[in-house]
Design a protein around this ligand. Structure first.
Ligand code: RNT
Ligand code: ZN
Length: 417
């Protein structure tokens, strides 16, 4: 797109927003500071580099689009390619199974910071800070229950794994000079009716208390709930209620995955409640289609409502934004670019909302005026601001990234066996 045209459209947008009392330059500065944590697992359908077993734990990546990353070098190249087409700054969210194991099998209760040394170096070189995740799925000891397993040996195995992951996250945080956000999600649940709901939850609570006993300064713990997993439909040990209670009493960050609630539940609505009782919130922005299907995030009402709530709660510094989807049916680099840009576009619109005026109307009981302005803000020229954001960040404007991804597919991913 023609640069002059982008600038002209931007200037007009700046004027229009100024009429609503919004300083667009200031908004762009705010947006520039927001880091989106890209999930490493879209690049290879949550396979990792540990073994080539099947994906278990009630999650599924469906599709067989060619060109998935097969090793650490390919995965890194793909992430950097995607990142080069996304404005602003990204973090990289790693799962434990993506360690640099050098071709040797390292079991989950043996993992150490050294297995992430090359990732840390890579992150420092490429200006990408790292986040981290324990990995309870796709392992012979995963079964239906890990941290909530009545078998103490199995439970201890996963406790040890989780403790080690926290130590790795701490090490990452120290090395990158910025806290590493470590998420803990376990798949524990039951396919059929259980008559022991309390037992497993007691065990999970006890395991978590052991895992979190050691305090750290350079990593932050998050706990993630969900409704159900495939094959574990009747009961999830780590439900929403469980983790809200846990997070609120233990001062832990609660992770909200937008695919982990009942389909008509508003995840956006949860922020203002949670932020009153837990220190921070981590988001896994996803797109559930009928279930926790992990479709690519798009700029839909759900994503926009979520971003608006972050801004309306004035919580940009207390909400960590990460992505979590894995669509194996389309170009995977494209999936990263679409989802990350969609999240940023949603956030931009949230930052451009004429909140002061809207709140004034609300305080005055002017319901018609509030609704009218909410409607009119939808058609303000936010896209001209987005184009400028892309231009200033030196990334393709509009759909310009499609050609780049097609080129990378021709040159790189299509050649993978
Ligand atoms: C699963 C959770 C979890 C995973 C990743 C791979 O339902 O959303 O966050 O998607 O950890
Ligand atoms: Zn998630």
């Amino acid at each position: 797109m023609n640069e002059l045209r982008i600038k002209q459209a931007y200037d007009i947008a700046v004027e229009r927003y100024a009429e609503l009392g919004i300083d667009v330059e200031q908004v762009l500065e705010q947006l520039q500071k927001v880091e989106i944590s890209m999930h490493c697992w879209q690049a290879d359908d949550v396979s990792g580099f540990e073994a080539s077993g099947e994906l278990t734990g009630g999650i599924q990546a469906t599709g067989n689009y060619p060109g998935k990353a097969r090793n650490i070098d390919e995965l890194r190249a793909d992430i950097l390619k995607a990142s080069s087409l996304i404005p602003g700054r990204q973090r990289l969210n790693l799962h434990e199974i993506y360690g640099d194991f050098g071709g040797v099998f390292v079991d989950r209760d043996q993992v150490e910071p050294k297995h992430f040394e090359s990732w840390i170096e890579w992150g420092l070189e490429n200006g990408m800070r790292l986040d981290f995740n324990t990995t309870s799925f796709s392992h012979p000891k995963s079964g239906d229950l890990s941290l909530a397993n009545p078998d103490k040996a199995i439970r201890d195995f996963w406790i040890e794994h989780s403790k080690r992951c926290r130590a790795i996250a701490e090490y990452m945080g120290v090395r990158q000079g910025d806290p590493c956000i470590m998420n803990l999600w376990v798949h524990d649940g039951s396919k059929d009716i259980t008559v022991n709901r309390m037992l497993y939850r007691e065990l999970l609570k006890d395991s978590l208390d052991q895992i979190f006993a050691q305090p750290y300064d350079n990593m932050k713990d998050c706990v993630e709930s969900k409704v159900f997993g495939i094959g574990l439909e009747s009961y999830t040990v780590g439900s929403n209620d469980f983790y809200i209670g846990y997070g609120a009493t233990r001062n832990k960050i609660v992770t909200l995955d937008t695919g982990h609630f009942h389909p008509t539940e508003s995840v956006a609505d949860k922020l203002s409640s949670l932020l009153l009782f837990v220190p921070e919130v981590m988001l896994h922005v996803s797109r559930p289609v009928r279930w926790d299907s992990d479709h690519v995030t798009i700029m839909n009402d759900e994503t926009m409502d979520l971003c608006k709530e972050i801004v309306r709660c004035n919580a940009l510094d207390r909400v960590h934004i990460g992505l979590d989807y894995f669509d194996a049916s389309i170009n995977r680099i494209g999936a990263y670019v679409i989802g990350t840009r969609a999240t940023q576009k949603s956030l931009l619109q949230a930052l451009l909302e004429p909140l002061a005026q809207l709140r004034q109307y609300e305080a005055n009981g002017q319901g018609f005026e509030r609704l009218a302005l909410l409607e009119e803000s939808k058609n303000m020229p936010w896209n001209a601001v987005w184009d400028m954001f892309c231009l200033r960040n030196g990334v393709p404007v509009g759909d310009g990234f499609i050609a780049d991804i097609q080129q990378y597919e021709r040159d790189v991913t299509s050649k993978r066996g």
